[in-house]
Ligand binder design. Structure first.
Ligand SMILES: *Cc1c(COP(=O)(O)O)cnc(C)c1O
Length: 515
């Protein structure tokens, strides 16, 4: 028997038997949001295909110790990566017989890495530019901002039309300067699921002689199937002249386990500056296509197994189920007084806002959580109101009929509860505080006052239990409260720079070692 003091320690004095370790892990996982069951509308992508988890897990385990550092030592990984890149290229308008026959690519750890590398390749292709810039719509994924900060590239935001949520090619053209090395757009945007006018944007980029990246991390593996099913998907891939690179996440709608995205370039010359090679040290000469050096083969093998098992017929079937689920959820929103769709769904996102001051979206999110539906609140930004985001996957299809009545119930409850009323001093604080004025004491006081102590990733706080056994430290109780509306209301009242600082401070309180 292991004494109970040892529970939860990563390094116990005496090793713990395997079956007990697995039991403990299962216990830990019980506190998580449900990854299956079609009621979690963010973070996870579930096709609800029997046996797929087991297949992916077996493939993962078989290659977990294989190292992607050196493709000559582990040709299995090279073969799987080349096959994944080929599949993505073919799906996205490249490969033999297309107008983009020379597409090449890399397998990365996720969308963020794909975008950082797209920006790095564009930056390093232009050593003549001393202070490189990128032009990116404000609706594009935050990972572009991350890339810009990491790589010290200036970010020129392109506004979007508050009605269509799309940037115009004219505004993109206006944002392009002599030092612009990359223009980006989304197909579709994560927040609203809206496809940017890729052809027009790529056109102005090409005219200016600037690379154009299409961020299809979210939709690259659904839009092609939706198009084959008859949806009016506008051109967004390598069939569009001027598109120089595309990212697509396999750990999203290809339904592979986490850790796999693909970054494609129209030709090998465009990809070349993405590589890092180094021979100026006494160790092994290094050549890395991606950010990591040692990389597990597990996620790559799992993605390969997933694609081969599902096949084109499988993805078509899953896209049809997802499309029907999207239509059902959108109908439920349309049929609910006080809610308004941010955009007519054109991919796999349903995003809505409140059209009634008496209906507080953040309270609604909590009421939906209580009813077992985990949605993602999005804060107000510029002219865009706060909204609720639903990432819809195939697993949602069998649940759709239950959503409408629960949504109506939740809306009634949220109306009855009324909007969150932040204490006046908090509202004043949020509106006037500068990030630099935040002291550790103030943060701890705020966190304690808000009952904070759980995961707050994903921007706004979206509820759910915290990590069991994690002691949040000063002012944190080890779990996020079931009711998160107050925290979201506070963040919503703060300008972006203060939101960022508060999130860093709150999450920093959670991430403390346990002993
Ligand atoms: C998810 C997403 C990303 C970032 O991908 P991660 O895998 O979370 O790093 C980038 N762009 C879009 C459009 C996305 O949906």
């Amino acid at each position: 028997m292991i004494d109970d003091q040892d529970t939860g320690r990563a390094l116990p004095e005496r090793g713990v038997p395997a079956d007990r370790v697995l039991r403990e892990l299962r216990g830990l996982r019980e506190g998580d949001r449900p990854t299956h069951g079609g009621r979690l509308f963010a973070y996870v992508y579930d096709p609800a295909v029997p046996g797929l988890d087991e297949l992916a897990a077996a493939a993962h385990a078989g290659s977990a110790h294989v190292n992607g550092l050196d493709p000559t030592a582990f040709p299995s990984l090279l073969a799987m990566e080349n096959a994944l890149v080929g599949a993505a290229a073919r799906l996205l308008g490249g490969g033999p017989g297309t107008t983009a026959p020379d597409v090449v690519g890399s397998v990365t750890s996720g969308g963020t890495e794909s975008l950082i590398l797209a920006v790095k390749a564009a930056r390093d292709a232009r050593p003549d530019v001393a202070a490189p810039r990128i032009a990116v719509p404000v609706t594009a994924h935050a990972a572009f901002a991350k890339a810009a900060r990491y790589l010290r590239v200036a970010l020129d935001p392109v506004p979007v039309d508050p009605a269509t949520l799309r940037p115009s090619a004219a505004d993109v053209a206006a944002a392009i300067r002599p030092d612009t090395v990359l223009v980006a757009c989304s197909a579709p945007s994560y927040a609203h699921g809206v496809v940017d006018p890729v052809a027009e944007i790529a056109g102005v980029a090409a005219t200016a002689g600037v690379r154009c990246h299409v961020d299809a991390c979210f939709g690259g593996w659904t839009l092609p199937w939706l198009r084959r099913l008859g949806a009016p998907v506008p051109p967004f891939d390598f069939a569009v002249d001027g598109v120089t690179s595309i990212s697509v996440d396999l750990h999203k709608y290809a339904y592979a386990p986490k850790g796999v995205s693909v970054l494609l370039h129209r030709d090998p010359g465009l990809r070349a500056p993405q590589y890092f090679a180094y021979a100026d040290w006494p160790g092994y000469t290094m050549v890395n296509p991606v950010i990591a050096s040692t990389r597990s083969g597990g996620p790559i093998a799992a993605a390969y197994a997933t694609l081969r098992h599902l096949g084109e017929d499988g993805y078509l079937r899953l896209a049809a189920a997802t499309r029907d689920a999207v239509a059902g959820l959108a109908d439920a929103v349309r049929g609910t007084d006080g809610l308004r769709l941010m955009a007519e769904p054109e991919s796999t996102v349903v995003c809505f806002t409140s059209a009634d001051p008496g209906l507080d979206l953040f309270v609604l999110v909590d009421e939906l959580t209580v009813r077992g539906w985990h949605t993602q609140p999005q804060l107000a930004y510029g002219e865009l109101p706060a909204s609720v985001h639903l990432t819809v996957t195939a697993s949602v299809a069998p649940r759709v009929a239950e959503f409408g009545p629960d949504l109506a119930d939740a809306v009634a409850a949220a109306r009855a509860a009324g909007p969150v009323e932040l204490p006046a001093e908090l509202t004043a604080l949020a509106a006037t505080l500068t990030p630099d004025a935040l002291t550790p004491e103030l943060v701890a006081g705020l966190a304690a006052g808000l009952g904070l102590g759980g995961p707050v990733s994903g921007g706004p706080v979206s509820g759910g239990p915290g990590v069991p056994g994690a002691d949040g430290g000063a002012g944190a109780g080890g779990a996020v409260p079931d009711r998160t509306a107050m925290v979201n209301a506070l963040l919503n009242a703060a300008p972006p720079a203060l939101r960022e600082r508060l999130l860093v401070e709150f999450v920093g309180l959670l991430q403390r070692p346990t002993y």
